[in-house]
Design a protein around this ligand. Structure first.
Ligand SMILES: N[C@@H](CCC(=O)N[C@@H](CS)C(=O)NCC(=O)O)C(=O)O
Length: 244
């Protein structure tokens, strides 16, 4: 029985799981969970995960949440066909992957995500732009994370671990693309970051990369989607609470 992956490709952690599984020909059934229509609050998804967040992996009776755990599970379960570079057996190379995966939660992920929410979602929910000082502060945090990414994690290497792509690069690229999807060109004036993005995209394959990012690049359609699904009033208090 193939794995089941519960995903919505608007979500960065879902994209990393999707890209890794597809790139490595891991057989899976794509179970779409439409976040914009609140499907994750429904009974069906509640039976799969009480966390009510995507991604979720289901392998028979075994259910796993958290993208990083899911990525490692797939790399280890399918180690016969997934090449070593993705999650290297070498102690120190694996530690480099883990170092990035541990850092990104509270830095690149948190900061890229905040800018995305401030630029793409909050204005739809509140009907107003995010106040300038809040936006400036979010942008400063993102700039700082991108600086650390370039100076500490990338340095002058083609990929985070060295010459070959790993799980760390996949997790990083989906996060860097999130603010980019709102029209903020994070690659402008960052030649190192931009060259890395081109390498990652080439390594993953342009068609697969674009397939994964298609819904993000159409984020302008979100207001109509929320409205159509009657989600605005439902989401308003929840989202305002997240950013107060
Ligand atoms: N730490 C989790 C984060 C999962 C997560 O926050 N997923 C978001 C989409 S990016 C979600 O499902 N949000 C639904 C909600 O919070 O209502 C992971 O890496 O898998």
């Amino acid at each position: 029985m193939p794995l089941e992956l519960y995903l919505d490709l608007h979500s960065r952690p879902c994209r990393s799981v999707f890209l890794f599984a597809k790139k490595n020909d891991i057989p899976f059934e794509f179970k779409f969970v439409d976040l914009a229509s609140g499907q994750h609050y429904g009974e069906d998804f509640g039976n799969v995960s009480v966390v009510r967040k995507v991604p979720v992996l289901k392998d028979g009776d075994f259910i796993l949440t958290e993208s990083v755990a899911i990525l490692k599970y797939m790399a280890e379960k399918f180690s016969a066909s997934v090449s070593d570079n993705w999650y290297p057996a070498d102690l120190q190379e694996r530690a480099r992957v883990n170092e990035y995966l541990a850092w990104q939660h509270s830095a690149m992920r948190a900061h890229g995500s905040k800018v995305y929410w401030f630029r793409a979602i909050l204005p739809i929910i509140t009907g107003a732009e995010v106040p300038k000082e809040k936006m400036d502060s979010a942008m400063e945090d993102l700039t700082q994370s991108l600086k650390v990414f370039e100076e500490k994690f990338l340095q002058d290497k083609p990929f985070i671990v060295g010459d070959q792509i790993s799980l760390a690069d996949i997790v990083a690229i989906v996060e860097v693309m999130q603010p980019f999807g709102t029209g903020l060109d994070v690659f402008e004036s960052r030649p190192k970051l931009s060259a890395w993005k081109d390498r990652v995209k080439k390594e993953i394959g342009e068609a697969l990369f674009d397939e994964a990012h298609n819904s993000l690049m159409n984020v302008a359609n979100l207001p109509q989607t929320f409205e159509k699904n009657g989600m605005l009033e439902f989401l308003k208090p929840r989202i305002q609470k997240m950013f107060n």
